[in-house]
Design a protein around this ligand. Structure first.
Ligand SMILES: CCCCCCCC/C=C\CCCCCCCCCCCCC/C=C/C(=O)SCCNC(=O)CCNC(=O)[C@H](O)C(C)(C)COP(=O)(O)OP(=O)(O)OC[C@H]1O[C@@H](n2cnc3c(N)ncnc32)[C@H](O)[C@@H]1OP(=O)(O)O
Ligand SMILES: Cc1cc2nc3c(=O)[nH]c(=O)nc-3n(C[C@H](O)[C@H](O)[C@H](O)COP(=O)(O)OP(=O)(O)OC[C@H]3O[C@@H](n4cnc5c(N)ncnc54)[C@H](O)[C@@H]3O)c2cc1C
Length: 652
């Protein structure tokens, strides 16, 4: 992985932009030039079944090619990241990949939860794709509250087997990607019973289908859950067990074990079972940035091509990009792309450092990692989903066309707000940790993401027009909100409410406090990254990065003016300064807008959008896409003679 400055120029539009990106040595062309990875018919015109079959065909070819690269020594994990993520992956499989879970959750769970022996047994098979797995945790009745899962794994010491059973309909696994018809194995999360006692949820490897015929094994009730808002090729499935027996060593036993006689050996922390979820939350921040980049490129390029109305009478219709309201829809989202990218990189490094500590049995930093992964996943995916929708609206009617690729991008990005931990629930997890830290402030000093809490509340933050001030004000606001929520919590308890009821009654404030904490981290990471780059890049590039940082910061400030007025020294007149600052930044960024999104460096095949193409031939492309409608294959549709004609000719 190497950092490189990319200078990108766009034809037809008189702009130049510069962007610091991290380049993966990834041979995009190897995939994008393969005709077999292109769809002959646009996906939207296929049936649900055909969509799935086409997705399986492409997914197999895609991973075969990645493995080929690997065998030739051309890249490793980075290639998987590229083909699984929102850039190349979503271009080739725009409605989702039915095998993603194999790589993103099945293999990582084997790695994170399996003993060395179990890893030796399973990982090679999984890595070679001799078996295809998924991660089956969520049930029809429970997604968030995983302690309440109903699937049972009861140990039978006589045969040294676990018996998996779904006692009710709500115990059926529901949602796992690839579970319907693609995977033949799964990591199944179930309540472990041994020696008559329940020890909570644990992960088990379960074979679901015959390795040759792919027929479901006896006692396995399996299928696909049906159509969804998006991701209709991901083959999300359901799964019920009727007393299915698996060997004892199919329980993943790195953290806790069941001995042959049924004795339970406890994990050093029950939360180590939740490790895969932290991993995925961490990578989702990167994915949120990627989807937002994609939509930003499409909407910004389109806004440079689209001319509409008049700013002054007797003048030609301007590019819609010249309308300040349009800039307000686009540019803060471009700034967010940078912010999320930098936050994702920082979080990934933090994750790797702390995972190394966990491997040595040092668990001290796990709670902070969990709290940070939760809040960054929640804030970045929520903003990305809102951003993609705003960018779609910014393209007017044409943004509503499937050919813009904005509706399906929204379908992919909005799912992220729910999966891998519903966003409100994740914010409450962060709030739980914040409140704990607030109540025991001496701990706070040790924590990189929280040490500001020790001093923020009492720090004077007189208004100034600077990013440093925005960071200080956000910190003070976050601290003020945590303090207030904590006081309300305590007051409710003092009035006789149980802590749990008091928590629920204070949860709107708690969620809001966690959100501001998350935004504080993101602005700080953006600030630190730009400071780090400044001495290494040209003055011009430094200026553009600084403008983006300021825009992200001032927009974050304006989003919480009410809170600033409550928790900082800011005055009404200062808000006017913030608003003017934002408007100045929009006009400063305007000349570089197209260049900035060009520098995200996504090829037309990846954007898959009639509106976003590099050459700007929007109208020709829209027209050509319309020709692909099956309705246009014949001049008169049979429904005319069957229904319309009799209707028109009838005497009503
Ligand atoms: C050779 C190997 C090859 C490997 C190849 C790998 C290649 C991959 C490489 C790169 C990949 C890049 C890919 C990029 C593209 C990415 C594409 C992604 C597509 C992903 C598709 C995902 C599909 C979706 C999957 C799913 O949704 S799976 C199901 C997820 N489910 C959830 O998230 C459930 C949410 N619920 C919970 O997490 C929990 O139940 C809870 C809400 C946290 C509550 O749990 P509970 O036990 O009830 O906790 P509490 O009592 O409230 O708190 C207890 C305590 O625990 C702490 N806690 C909680 N969670 C954690 C955690 N995860 N870790 C640590 N600690 C945790 C919590 O803070 C409390 O602590 P205290 O008591 O101390 O306060
Ligand atoms: C596209 C997609 C793919 C998925 N893939 C997988 C997969 O591969 N494997 C898998 O196991 N699962 C998968 N899931 C399931 C996913 O992880 C769950 O949907 C998610 O964890 C949310 O759980 P839920 O659906 O039960 O929502 P619920 O928990 O029922 O949430 C509904 C509402 O209740 C609120 N709520 C719930 N609990 C609380 C609380 N404690 N406090 C306050 N409010 C609360 C939520 O905020 C939300 O507003 C997938 C889901 C989707 C949409």
């Amino acid at each position: 992985m190497s950092a490189k400055v990319v200078v990108s120029k766009r034809r037809n539009v008189n702009r130049q932009a510069i962007f610091l990106i991290t380049l993966w040595p990834f041979p995009e062309d190897f995939f994008l030039s393969d005709p077999e990875l292109k769809s002959k018919v646009p996906l939207e015109y296929l049936s649900h079944k055909e969509k799935y079959e086409e997705a399986v065909r492409k997914a197999c070819l895609l991973f075969r090619k990645v493995i080929q690269l690997q065998n030739e020594g051309k890249g490793g994990m980075d290639n998987f990241r590229e083909v699984l993520g929102g850039q190349l992956g979503s271009a080739i499989l725009p409605d989702g990949n039915p095998i993603t879970l194999h790589y993103v959750m099945f293999i990582p769970t084997l790695m994170g939860q399996g003993t060395i022996e179990q890893q030796a047994e399973w990982i090679q098979k999984a890595w070679n794709c001799d078996i295809i797995g998924t991660y089956a945790q969520t049930e029809l009745g429970h997604g968030t509250f995983i302690r309440g899962l109903e699937t049972v794994a009861k140990y039978d010491p006589k045969t040294e087997e676990f018996v998996l059973h779904s006692p009710t309909l709500t115990a059926y696994k529901w949602w796992p990607g690839g579970l319907g018809h693609s995977a033949n194995y799964a990591v199944v999360v179930a309540q472990l019973y041994t020696q008559g006692k329940c020890h909570g949820i644990h992960p088990f490897v379960v074979q679901l289908r015959d390795e040759e015929t792919h027929e479901p094994l006896p006692g396995i009730k399996i299928g696909e859950i049906g159509c969804k808002l998006g991701m209709n090729s991901t083959n999300n499935g359901y799964l019920g067990f009727d007393n299915v027996r698996i060997p004892r060593n199919y329980m993943l036993m790195k953290n806790s074990q069941v001995l042959p006689d049924g004795t339970y050996v406890k994990s050093p922390s029950s939360k180590l079972t939740y490790g895969t979820m932290i991993f995925v939350r961490v990578v989702l921040v990167q994915d949120a940035a990627t989807y937002l980049k994609k939509a930003s490129i499409i909407a910004t390029r389109y806004s440079a091509i689209r001319h509409q109305s008049q700013i002054k009478p007797d003048q030609p219709e301007p590019q819609i990009l010249d309308y300040v309201t349009q800039q307000y829809k686009l540019f803060p989202n471009i700034a967010s792309c940078f912010a999320f990218q930098y936050a994702a990189t920082w979080l990934w490094d933090t994750y790797n450092n702390i995972t190394e500590e966990l491997e040595t049995g040092q668990l001290d930093n796990l709670p902070e990692l969990h709290a940070t992964a939760c809040v960054l996943k929640a804030v970045s995916t929520a903003d990305a989903a809102q951003g993609v929708e705003m960018l779609r609206l910014a393209c007017g009617g044409h943004g509503y066309m499937t050919a813009s690729n904005l509706p399906s991008t929204y379908g992919l990005v909005t799912a992220m707000c729910t999966y891998e931990g519903e966003n409100t629930v994740l914010l409450l997890q962060t709030a739980r940790f914040l409140v704990k830290m607030w109540q025991n402030k001496t701990n706070v000093y040790k924590l990189p993401t929280m040490k500001y809490l020790a001093t923020a509340l009492n720090r004077a933050t007189p208004f100034e027009k600077s990013v440093e001030w925005v960071i200080a004000a956000l910190q003070k606001t976050a601290a003020g909100k945590i303090d207030l929520a904590n006081r309300h919590l305590n007051e409710r308890v003092a009035k006789g409410q149980s802590y749990e009821d008091a928590w629920n009654n204070t949860s709107i404030e708690l969620v809001s406090a966690a959100e501001v904490h998350g935004r504080t981290i993101i602005v700080e990471q953006f600030y630190n990254t730009v400071q780090g780059y400044k001495s290494r890049v040209s003055k011009e590039l430094g200026t553009v990065l600084e403008q983006l940082l300021q825009l992200y910061a001032v927009n974050a400030a304006l989003r919480c003016t009410g809170d600033f007025l409550r928790f900082t020294e800011v005055l009404g007149k200062d808000i006017t300064v913030l608003q003017t600052w934002l408007e100045e930044l929009l006009s400063q960024i305007r000349p570089n807008a197209v260049g900035l999104v060009d520098s995200f460096d996504m090829r037309d095949e990846i954007l898959s959008s009639a509106l976003g193409c590099y050459d700007g031939n929007v109208y020709e492309r829209l027209f050509n896409e319309a020709q692909k409608s099956p309705l246009n294959a014949e001049p008169v549709n049979k429904s005319y003679n069957l229904y319309l004609k009799p209707f028109i000719k009838a005497q009503l």
